[in-house]
Design a protein around this ligand. Structure first.
Ligand code: FMN
Length: 182
């Protein structure tokens, strides 16, 4: 079965973007396994500690290497993507060793996001796109899903309850990405 790694740009327990990732996991059931990458233990990047890589960094690199695709679920922070995501990508962009190149090269990628603002992470995604191309990731640029006004798509407990429209867009993206990773 296909393996998809979800990289969520928020460490928040109740993260809407993590919930979006978990909805995609449900939608993929039977066709692909989606694992939300745990990377809150990855240290701040510092060339002084780059080699040998800290074990937390080696662990996430192995997850990415083993994946058929990487799906980014990014919040929007100040019209860009969050720093924790940039820190992770800085680590992943570096060669594993003198013999082994970086792990993102040629890897299939998809992108979605949820935000309080109406554009729903559109600007954050516009900043993330060139970065992924810079790493030579194989980004599925369309469809990408932007769930805006997420505050209006919550149940009484504050859990994401997607509108039929948003759910349909996400289902279409799931189908497209499964085909893209073939
Ligand atoms: C530092 C910071 C900056 C933010 N900037 C934006 C923004 O530019 N646009 C927007 O729609 N929401 C912005 N927000 C609100 C986020 O959409 C909201 O906090 C969202 O829930 C974050 O995603 P998460 O639920 O996955 O953690 C910002 C939030 C924080 C903490």
């Amino acid at each position: 079965m296909k393996k998809i790694v979800a990289v969520v740009g928020s460490f928040r327990e109740n993260s809407f973007n993590k919930q979006l990732a978990l909805k995609v996991k449900e939608m993929m059931k039977g066709e692909a396994e989606l694992e939300v990458l745990e990377y809150s233990d990855v240290p701040l990047f510092n060339e002084d500690i780059e080699f040998p890589a800290p074990k937390e960094v080696s662990r996430v690199r192995e997850k990415i290497k083993a994946a058929d695709g990487v799906w980014f679920f990014t919040p929007e922070y100040n019209h860009s993507y969050p720093g924790v995501l940039k820190n992770l990508l800085d680590w992943l962009s570096r060669p594993v060793s003198q013999e082994e190149p970086q792990v993102l090269f040629g890897k299939a990628a998809a992108m979605s996001g949820a935000a309080y603002g109406m554009p729903g992470t559109a600007t954050a995604q516009e900043y993330l796109i060139p970065l992924l191309f810079f790493f030579n990731m194989r980004l599925m640029n369309s469809p990408r899903v932007t769930v805006g006004n997420i505050g209006e798509q919550l149940d009484q407990n504050g859990k994401v309850q997607l509108s039929p429209n948003s759910a349909k867009f996400l289902e279409d993206q799931v189908k497209a990405f499964l085909a893209f990773t073939d």
